[in-house]
Each structure stands twice: as structure tokens, then as C-alpha cells.
Design a protein around this ligand. Structure first.
Ligand code: ATP
Length: 302
């Protein structure tokens, strides 16, 4: 479990995280979304004790990071995939981390296997692609077999197979009852991965909701095509729907697709199409965070 309570983080006179409160629960993949500069990394760094809060707190399993016993066994994080020492081999890098945290050697081999780097374990990290570095960073996060995992933009630089692998891994970790927080600035990616989302902009909370609710909130009505369009429109209006003609069909809001289908059946009207429409998630994201984008496309700070 991660608890962020009234967290404020600043750099000089810049407030990066502003009185932010949310909880990340075990057993779910929680997406942490926000435009560039929203404060996601700063929040994650505060959770890991790498930033001292100006106010509030960030707790892992009820305690600040500094006071955790054997922190790598409680929380694992991928923050910056380029952080590993290039001159070392993947195995040596992980073994260094393991040894300084009292973790057994065999765990290094296990995580290398788990992230698909066993075959290149002896190679120097300097020659690794970005995707391999991401995998190595994830191996380091898993090393202590922690109950809490945080990944900052883990799919950056990965190919489709790699993206899928990260997605599956996060799902598996959550299914095992772990707490998983993953940041992204891509809503579409989150829709495929996250059960819950925390959206921030300019350091402030914008939404903290189930992914399905967020999708529902941005529903854009139902497109219906029917053998007898006029008759169907009448029935729907009589049942409280708002109906608008669209091409050779109807755009219906105020009643859901199931109700439309039932009403059509009850009145003997054949349906040719019944399509619930969502705003694309990227549109939803823009709508949610539009006011809070630090640098608009014009390049000027707002
Ligand atoms: N070390 C620092 N010194 C000064 N300002 C900083 C520092 N780190 C972050 N900031 C500023 O704090 C704000 C939040 O940055 P942060 O990296 O936490 O956002 P983010 O949501 O992770 O963005 P991104 O998706 O671009 O990584 C930004 O305005 C950023 O410029």
C-alpha cells in the first residue's frame, strides 16, 4: 500500500507537487497519469525518500521510506533506466544491489530469467539497448520480491513485444496481491493496463477513479441504425432519450445500448447497428488535463 497525504514537493520557488493526496491499493494496477511536468516523477521520488516533502508525507506500508526495514524487500522501483553503471555486467549490477541489501545470490539469476536477460547476464550494460536497460531496471525492482512496485514510464523505448511483456508482468504482480503504481503520459496505454487511475496536472489531483468509470464518464452516446428510423426515434424520445439524426442512423444519448435494444425489440423494430461510442481516451485525457498543461503547443508557459 502507498499513501500520499497532502504531499508538497518543491525545487527552489517551483512547486512540483502541490498538496497531493491519494492511496494506491494492493491487488490492482494503478496508472499514474499526467502531462509532462505534472509532477509524477517528483511524487515517485518522494515515495522513495529521494525528495524531502515540504509538507505532508508519502508512506509505503504505513511508514516513510527512510524508516522501512530492508526497503528493497518492501518496495521496488524503476525510475530511470539509464541509472545503472555501464561498465558492469547485468549480473554484477544486480549482485551489487543484492549484496548491499542482504538478498541471496540465487535471486539475481531468478530475476534475470524472469525479465528475459539470462542469456546476456555477463554482458556489459554499456552495450544494452534501451529496451534491455528497461528490463534490467525492472529486474532490480523485483530483486527483493517486494509487495509494492513502482514503474516510471516503463514502456518508453520498448518495442510492441516489450510493451506487452511489461503489461503482462504488471498484471501478474497485481494478481499476486502486490501494489503496482505505473506512470505514463499515454492514456491509451493505461486503458489497456490499469484497473484504477490517478490523474494529476501541475502537481494537483485531477481524478482518482476506476478505469471503467473514467471510460464511462467520457461516453459519447450510442449510434443506432434501424429498419424504421422514424419509429425508433419516437419510441426512444418517449422513453427519455435525446435523439439526433446522423447520416442514415441516429445518435442517441440519455439511455444506454441495452435499453435501446430492449425498446426496439418491444416495438418490433429491427436494428441494423447498435454502437456505444467513447471519446478516445486521449481526448478524455486532454479534456481532463487541458487546463493544467504546463507548456501548451504554442510553447508558452501558461
Ligand atoms: N530537480 C529539479 N529542479 C527544478 N525543477 C524540477 C526538478 N525536477 C523536476 N522539476 C520540475 O518540477 C515539475 C514536475 O516535474 P516531474 O519530473 O515530477 O514531472 P513528470 O510528471 O514526471 O513529468 P515527465 O512526464 O516530463 O517526466 C516540472 O515543472 C519540472 O520542470
Amino acid at each position: 500500500m502507498i499513501e500520499v497525504v497532502g504531499l508538497t514537493v518543491g525545487y527552489g520557488d517551483k512547486i512540483a507537487v502541490d498538496d497531493l493526496t491519494f492511496t494506491v491499493k494492493p491487488g490492482l494496477v494503478t496508472g499514474f497519469l499526467g502531462p509532462n511536468g505534472a509532477g509524477k516523477s517528483s511524487t515517485m521520488r518522494a515515495i522513495l525518500g529521494l525528495e524531502a516533502p515540504r509538507a505532508g508525507a508519502a508512506l509505503v506500508n504505513g511508514r516513510p521510506y527512510e524508516s522501512l526495514k530492508e526497503p528493497m524487500r518492501q518496495v521496488g522501483a524503476l525510475l530511470d533506466a539509464s541509472a545503472a553503471h555501464g561498465g558492469r555486467s547485468a549480473a554484477a549490477h544486480l549482485w551489487c544491489l543484492a549484496r548491499s541489501n542482504g538478498i541471496a545470490r540465487r535471486r539475481v539469476d531468478e530475476v534475470l530469467e524472469q525479465v528475459g536477460l539470462a542469456e546476456v547476464a555477463g554482458r556489459r550494460i554499456a552495450g544494452f539497448s534501451l529496451g534491455m536497460r528497461q528490463r534490467l531496471g525492472i529486474a532490480a525492482a523485483l530483486l527483493g520480491d517486494p509487495g509494492v512496485l513502482m514503474f516510471d514510464e516503463p514502456i518508453n523505448g520498448l518495442d510492441p513485444e516489450g510493451i506487452r511483456w511489461v503489461r503482462d508482468l504488471m498484471r501478474r504482480m497485481a494478481d499476486e496481491g502486490r501494489t503496482v503504481l505505473v506512470s505514463s503520459h499515454l492514456m491509451g496505454e493505461m486503458a489497456l493496463t490499469a484497473d484504477h487511475v490517478v490523474v494529476i496536472g501541475r502537481g494537483r489531483l485531477i481524478a482518482d477513479t476506476a478505469m471503467t468509470e473514467l471510460i464511462e464518464r467520457f461516453q459519447r452516446g450510442v449510434l443506432v441504425r434501424a429498419a424504421d428510423r422514424r419509429a425508433l426515434a419516437e419510441v426512444l424520445r418517449a422513453n427519455g432519450a435525446t435523439v439526433r439524426e446522423e447520416g442514415d442512423g441516429l445518435s442517441v444519448s440519455g439511455v444506454d445500448a441495452a435499453r435501446i435494444g430492449e425498446l426496439a425489440l418491444a416495438h418490433g423494430i429491427a436494428l441494423h447497428e447498435l454502437t456505444p461510442r467513447n471519446a478516445s481516451l486521449e481526448e478524455a485525457f486532454m479534456e481532463l488535463t487541458g487546463e493544467s498543461v504546463e507548456f501548451g503547443s504554442g510553447g508558452a508557459a501558461r
